[in-house]
Design a protein around this ligand. Structure first.
Ligand code: ADP
Ligand code: MG
Length: 292
């Protein structure tokens, strides 16, 4: 494509709220064969809310004050949901020590009297040897409703569980259909568990997804697709998406996402909609491949 047709394409994209950092990114967009999308904050609004709360052991207020204390130190979107929930139930953050975050799993600390605290996904608790049997039935029920399940363990015992709902963006289903109609294979990658991920993928109409991924796994998955000959676009919003956005042939960052994601991507979706990806691809095909 000529520099002029590229400029026209970049201008047209901007009219659709699609900010293109380089002409190269727009040119490559016309060649994409696979589009990888993050779940939380990309397909979904990324504004999770606690919708179910079940205390299995101990007093509710006490458990929630531990949850608030643990999540106060986390920047994960789930942390804000759990903090709000604790606040609504008038639970003040309790005193904890030795706080730490566990990437892809949750948070941990100890109580003032030295008891172990763990808050996060099933894998985090299972790896610490905690028995989740008493919560299995509820977990399955929540996961079937596409909830993310967060578990609290105190002194190595499962004590509370939370169902967290993160609604789809209003236009996610339509935008994914449009991308598929444009001939792209759409693949969802997420750090969330298999069952919840499957429920969301079905709702959106995506057949291909991988769950339980760490940030480096998202990056590795893109490399694997590229080795198979796919030209890969990646859409994401979070710090955990940055390596994958940088690795993809074209990275698309959600405009409301973290700065790190935006800096790692060649294209920014100002309106946060996947329709912006489709618009970029369609404009790229129309203006850059036909005008020689
Ligand atoms: P994603 O946000 O795409 O799910 P992450 O790697 O950030 O990926 O997190 C993976 C999983 O770890 C989350 O789905 C959640 O189950 C758990 N998790 C991470 N941080 C927290 C936290 N602060 N509180 C509770 N759970 C967490
Ligand atoms: Mg995300």
């Amino acid at each position: 494509a000529t520099p002029i047709s590229t400029m026209i394409g970049v201008g047209k994209a901007a009219e659709h709220g699609v900010l293109v950092r380089s002409g190269d990114a727009l040119q490559t967009a016309s060649k994409l064969t696979t589009l990888v999308v993050d779940k939380t904050g990309t397909l979904t609004e990324g504004k999770p809310e606690v919708t179910e709360s079940e205390v299995l052991e101990g007093e509710e207020r006490e458990m929630l004050s531990l949850v608030a204390a643990l999540e106060r130190g986390s920047e994960h979107p789930l942390a804000a949901a759990l903090m709000d929930h604790a606040e609504e139930r008038q639970a003040e953050p309790g005193e904890i020590r030795d706080f730490d975050t566990v990437t892809g799993g949750g948070v941990k600390a100890t109580t003032a009297d030295g008891g172990a605290l763990l808050l996060g996904n099933a894998r985090l608790l299972e790896e610490a040897g905690i028995d989740l049997a008493s919560g299995r039935e509820l977990a399955r029920e929540l996961e079937d409703k596409a909830r993310t399940v967060v578990y609290l363990a105190v002194d190595d015992k499962l004590t509370a569980m939370f169902g967290i709902s993160d609604p789809l963006r209003h236009d996610t289903i339509a935008a994914v259909k449009r991308l598929q109609a444009d001939g792209l294979k759409v693949v969802m990658l997420t750090g969330d568990n298999e069952h919840t991920a499957g429920a969301i993928a079905r709702e959106v109409g995506i057949d291909d997804f991988r769950a339980g991924l760490l940030p480096e796994d998202k990056h590795a998955e893109i490399e694997r697709l590229q080795r198979e000959g796919e030209i890969v676009g990646m859409v994401g919003d979070g710090i955990n998406d940055a390596p994958a956005l940088a690795r993809a042939n074209v990275g698309f960052a959600i405009g409301q996402g973290t700065d790190v994601a935006i800096e790692s991507a060649g294209i920014t979706l100002v309106r946060g909609s996947l329709h912006g990806v489709a618009a970029a691809i369609e404009i790229s095909r129309a203006t850059l491949t036909n005008i020689k």
